[in-house]
Write a protein that binds this ligand. Structure first.
Ligand code: IFM
Length: 435
């Protein structure tokens, strides 16, 4: 039996564009993901977030499901174009009303809301290559805080700015679909500026706990190749948020592509960690490198060990343990929360049930790793599984199912998978039956 600390928080996470649907309702404006997903060839099979899980209309049912699982926290994101269509000017009250209702419903069920202000659905009128987008973000943050700040205790500015910058502007696999290394660095710089200005806006409003969520991935290989990739993937975001400055080696690398203007940093109260897998790297002079890591020519990404998830990602819980211990060692003093961890498998309904033993095994292994890290001193406060619902997995459309809850995309019916029932027991005993 592995018991977690009494105050440990168990929950699940989602994001607005991936579940809400209702893209034309109540004055919502277009986001870069509406434009991108409606552009032929960008998303597998032309899937879009137009309907998604229809959470906008079914949020009460979804909160009831969360309560039935015993979730203690729910991490959702606010759609900027719903709250402030066009990305500037006054708030759209009807857009804020939706999150108001959601937060009240959560609180009525005893579930703590954790709000992320930006999970990739930028108003289509804005662009992270523009420095002014950071100022717009701070204004938007103040609008959302003004409405929900009395009831939401934990605020996250950005989700995975690495993905926004390097997949949105480096490879162009995500919206807005720009493939330009210099633009990727400029976007990253402006996202970090937006984060800092957002932190200031939230604190000015009186926010209790402000955080940033990063997708972090340990690098496995020789330091001659891992240092650069670790710098671009991890330290480029960790150091500004937790040490108040860019790492020198990464700055020198960026200077080969573009000039950055004056940076802005603000400390946070909590670091959100999204962990899925590791990167296995090796030197290979013939390798063209990776578009999402500008300047990585000569570095090869090696195949995963063992049976990967449906995303092709290696299942390696020890990577989570190593990551938590590294953060504890290299960035002491900041509490940690796992804001996403989970896996996609091709789940199907069989006799009215959705057996997903591979997901249970995945989560159990990662919960064990987290427990070990806590035992060894990591200040880990909670664990939010990705995801509550099967949902729109960005450029992969609805083909990848990450949910604890199966969603039938024709009927929109929700059906808890075996992993949801298993998770309910983990939460109830605040631990694992296994060792
Ligand atoms: O679905 C995404 C989520 O939006 C951000 N983190 C990774 C998840 C799985 O790819």
């Amino acid at each position: 039996m592995r018991r977690f600390p009494d105050e440990f928080i168990w929950g699940a996470a989602t994001a607005s564009y991936q579940i809400e649907g209702a893209v034309h309702e109540d004055g919502r404006g277009p986001s870069i993901w509406d434009v991108f997903s409606h552009t032929p060839g960008k998303v597998v099979d032309g899937h879009t977030g137009d309907v998604a899980c229809d959470h906008y209309h079914r949020y009460r049912e979804d909160v009831a499901i969360m309560a039935d699982l015993g979730l203690q926290a729910y991490r959702f994101s606010v759609a900027w174009p719903r709250v402030q269509p066009g990305g500037s000017g006054p708030a759209n009250p009807a857009g804020l009303d939706f999150y108001d209702r959601l937060v009240d419903e959560l609180l009525a069920r005893g579930i703590a809301p954790i709000a992320t202000l930006y999970h990739w659905d930028l108003p289509a009128e804005l662009d992270w290559r523009d420095r002014a987008t950071a100022d717009r973000f701070a204004e938007y943050a103040a609008l959302v805080y003004g409405r929900l700040g009395d009831r939401v205790g934990t605020w996250t500015t950005l989700n995975e700015p690495w993905v926004s910058a390097f997949v949105g502007y480096g490879s162009g696999r995500h919206a807005p679909g720009i493939a330009d290394p210099a633009a990727a660095f400029t976007a990253a710089h402006h996202l970090l500026r937006a984060h800092a200005l957002g932190v200031r806006a939230l604190r000015a409003g009186g926010a209790r706990e402000v955080s940033l969520t990063l997708n972090l991935s340990p690098m496995i290989g020789d330091p001659s190749v891992t240092t650069l990739i670790d710098g671009l993937a991890n330290r480029l975001f960790l150091d500004p948020a937790l040490r108040g400055g860019y790492p020198e080696d990464v700055l020198a690398h960026i200077a080969k592509f573009t000039d950055l203007d004056e940076p802005l940093f603000e400390p946070i109260d909590l670091l959100g960690i999204n962990y899925y897998t590791v990167n296995r790297l090796a030197a290979d002079p013939a390798s063209p490198g990776h578009l999402e890591y500008p300047g990585s020519e000569g570095i090869a990404w090696l195949p995963p060990h063992g049976e990967p998830t449906e995303m092709g990602w290696e299942v390696i819980p020890s990577g989570l343990y190593d990551l938590l211990m590294r953060l504890t060692r290299d960035y002491p003093g900041t509490p940690l929360m796992i804001t996403e961890n989970g896996c996609a498998y091709p789940d199907t309904i069989q006799n009215g049930q959705v057996p997903d033993p591979a997901r249970i095994a995945y989560l159990e292994g990662h919960f064990q790793a987290a427990h070990q890290a806590i035992t060894d001193g990591a200040p880990l406060r909670g664990y939010l599984v990705w995801s509550l619902l099967d949902n729109f997995e960005w450029a992969r459309g609805y083909h990848k199912r990450f949910g604890l809850i199966h969603v039938g995309y024709d009927s929109l019916e929700r059906l808890p998978k075996s992993s949801a029932h298993w998770y309910r027991e983990v939460i109830a005993r605040n631990g694992l039956a296994s060792n």
